[in-house]
Design a protein around this ligand. Structure first.
Ligand code: 6CS
Ligand code: FE
Length: 301
């Protein structure tokens, strides 16, 4: 590969420990367009710019929640799917943890990604046409649901999928009530403006372990402490049907769920068509396309 084609790496990560101890100031905008370009009003845009996330209460109606919940149950019980690589089981139990590329397994979810309430918000935040980088359903079942340690999604998508800049947004739609006690997502407001390089080299086929329990691409504790002290921690709680929109570089994590109440959501990740994947910035091979799509055609209604 000649130097000319190598995309400049403004967010180096998975580097030796001595070098991975200084946060990098984000050099990209968070919100890429204005109130005139979509359904999000100026105040909510300003909130998203400042905090790196925004909550939409009642994005889905109770009837829609019921329909998508049925879809999750159908997918979860599908015997064919059980052996599919896109189904990730919990580490400690034979329970479904996540199903990836769910927009290809469910026409209903494919439609949801094109719904103006979802698609127009993603376009407005990213200031361009968008495509689906990744979709999944997380079950976070009762009693056995294991959480996700603190991480930035963009750190992984940059290192392992070749995503050049943090110009992507995740939309997490709650299909069950999110309580503080059943593994609700925790976020550090404003942390999206700092990129924390992580130490260590990406192991081959890292995704086979990381999607169950991530060990590489997580920041050192003193860096997490610094962010938590500077920004605090907020938790996404709310009734089924609410949605959390969050920046790809927002520091987030969730606890285990030992309650009887599942914390299930649909997770749609939109990337800008101006930010399409190149070679991984810090991994040997790109991850499979069901985790990081390389179909860059813009989504239309
Ligand atoms: O590696 C990934 O792409 C996934 N891992 C986590 C913990 N969150 C984002 C994403 O779904
Ligand atoms: Fe994540």
């Amino acid at each position: 590969m000649t130097l000319a084609t190598r995309t400049e790496d403004r967010y180096p990560t998975r580097i030796p420990a001595y070098a991975a101890n200084r946060p990098i100031e984000r050099t990209d905008p968070t919100v890429w367009s204005t109130e005139a370009d979509g359904p999000i009003d100026a105040a909510s845009l300003a909130g998203y710019e400042a905090k790196g996330f925004s909550i939409v209460e009642g994005l889905l109606s109770p009837a829609e929640v019921q329909a998508y919940w049925q879809e999750l149950v159908r997918l979860c019980k599908d015997p064919e799917l059980k052996r599919d690589d896109r189904v990730i089981a919990e580490k400690s139990a034979n329970e479904v943890r996540s199903i990836f590329e769910v927009h290809k397994l469910s026409g209903l979810i494919a439609e949801l990604a094109r719904d103006p309430r979802v698609l127009d918000r993603a376009r407005q935040l990213l200031g361009s046409e968008v495509y689906l980088h990744q979709t999944r359903v997380n079950y976070m079942p009762g009693y056995q649901g294991k959480g996700f340690y603190w991480h930035s999604d963009f750190e992984t998508w940059h290192a392992e999928d070749g995503m050049p800049a943090p110009r992507a947004v995740s939309i997490s739609i709650a299909l069950t009530d999110n309580y503080p006690f059943n593994g609700g997502l925790m976020v550090m407001p404003g942390s999206h403006r700092m990129f924390l390089p992580c130490a260590g080299e990406t192991p081959d086929e890292h995704y086979r372990a990381s999607l169950r329990e991530q060990e590489f691409g997580i920041p050192k504790q003193d860096q997490i402490t610094m962010l938590a002290v500077d920004h605090g921690i907020e938790q996404f709680t709310g009734p089924a049907g609410s949605a959390l929109l969050f920046d790809s570089n927002l520091m987030h994590g969730s606890g285990n769920n030992i309650t009887p109440f599942p914390r299930s959501n649909i997770f749609l990740v939109f990337n800008s068509v101006a930010n399409t994947l190149v070679e991984p910035f810090s991994a040997g091979k790109p991850r499979p396309e069901y985790i990081a799509s390389r179909e860059f055609t813009a989504l239309t209604r």
